[in-house]
Design a protein around this ligand. Structure first.
Ligand SMILES: [Cu+2]
Length: 308
């Protein structure tokens, strides 16, 4: 997740969505119906502090729909494990490394650089070969998050690492699930977006117009920092009393009170980091008003916009 050299691989898509074939003789209109993309919806219920979700899901494009029925902010983040690495390896290796780093910092034993040092020293070697495969961004209690993304077959960990008031990661409290993504792929194709966002290490380019009502936002992951967590994006409603500096400080997991529920704004979803070359799509229904995109990485990134 954080502060780890991750090899930047240009992932070449070979998105081969075989169209449905039928031996039946069909009129052209029938054929069009058969070949139409069929959406694959995967429902997730986030509670304080569990996920309810199927543990087996198809590869290819799927739309994840997560209802946060808890009081706290939640997201889900997917990590694809290297072959031969198990869910328990992840919990006992990666989870423990982050807890050690955070506890050292929280107790005042080390500064931030020291905490990252603890993290680096404790993360298992295989973690360099894990793939950080995105997920639904932060969602406040009662909100619905919808994010569409493409998964490759393999074994994954789904987790939420927002912190509870006592400083424990939600993953330590139960928000961590093993997921198997099968070879069988969905026939879904990606949705059409009205806004395209390109995330670079130094830039966040937004093209298109937000509308009052339903928006589909494409998030293109164009770059990855040399070290640390990749670029990500989360949407908040900006109210009169929202202080963007408070929000960006809160987005840093290594701040005391950072990523700790309750958060400083209403979060409406988004897209977690994916490898370079991937695209995620998230849906949001916007009313007239002010909003902002905020990020965990890079720390301090935000961009405001208004829906008229
Ligand atoms: Cu959570």
């Amino acid at each position: 997740m954080k502060f780890l050299k991750i090899m930047i691989l240009a992932i070449l898509f070979s998105a081969s969505f075989t169209s449905c074939k039928s031996d039946k003789k069909e009129k052209p209109t029938d054929r069009n119906t058969v070949e139409k993309t069929s959406d694959n919806i995967i429902d997730v219920v986030a509670k304080d502090f569990t996920f309810e979700v199927d543990s087996v899901m198809p590869s290819g494009w799927s739309t994840f729909r997560m209802k946060n029925t808890g009081m706290m902010e939640h997201f889900f983040f997917m990590t694809k494990l290297p072959d031969s690495i198990t869910f328990d390896d992840y919990v006992n290796g990666v989870g423990v490394a982050f807890s050690k780093a955070w506890n050292g910092y929280k107790e005042g034993e080390v500064d931030k650089a020291g905490a990252y040092g603890i993290l680096g020293a404790n993360l298992p070697e295989w973690y360099a070969n894990a793939k950080l495969m995105g997920g639904i961004g932060l969602i406040s209690g009662g909100q619905l998050g919808i994010t569409t993304m493409r998964l490759d077959p393999g074994n994954y960990v789904m987790e939420c690492y927002v912190k509870a008031e006592n400083g424990q990661f939600h993953s330590e409290l139960g928000m961590i699930n093993p997921i198997t993504v099968t070879d069988e792929a969905t026939k879904m194709t990606p949705p059409k977006a009205n806004v395209e966002i390109s995330l670079g290490n130094e830039s966040m380019e937004v093209i298109g117009e937000f509308v009052s009502g339903k928006n589909t936002i494409a998030v293109h992951f164009n770059e990855h920092p040399e070290v640390g967590l990749g670029n990500d994006i989360h949407l908040i409603k900006v109210e009169k009393n929202t202080k963007m500096e408070d929000v960006t400080q809160w987005m840093d997991w290594l701040n005391i009170g950072g990523l700790t529920s309750p958060g400083p704004a209403v979060f409406l979803g988004g897209a977690h980091e994916m490898p370079v070359g991937y695209t995620a799509y998230f849906n949001c229904t916007l009313e007239i008003g002010d909003y902002a995109f905020v990020a965990e990485t890079p720390i301090g990134r935000f961009k405001t916009f208004t829906v008229e």
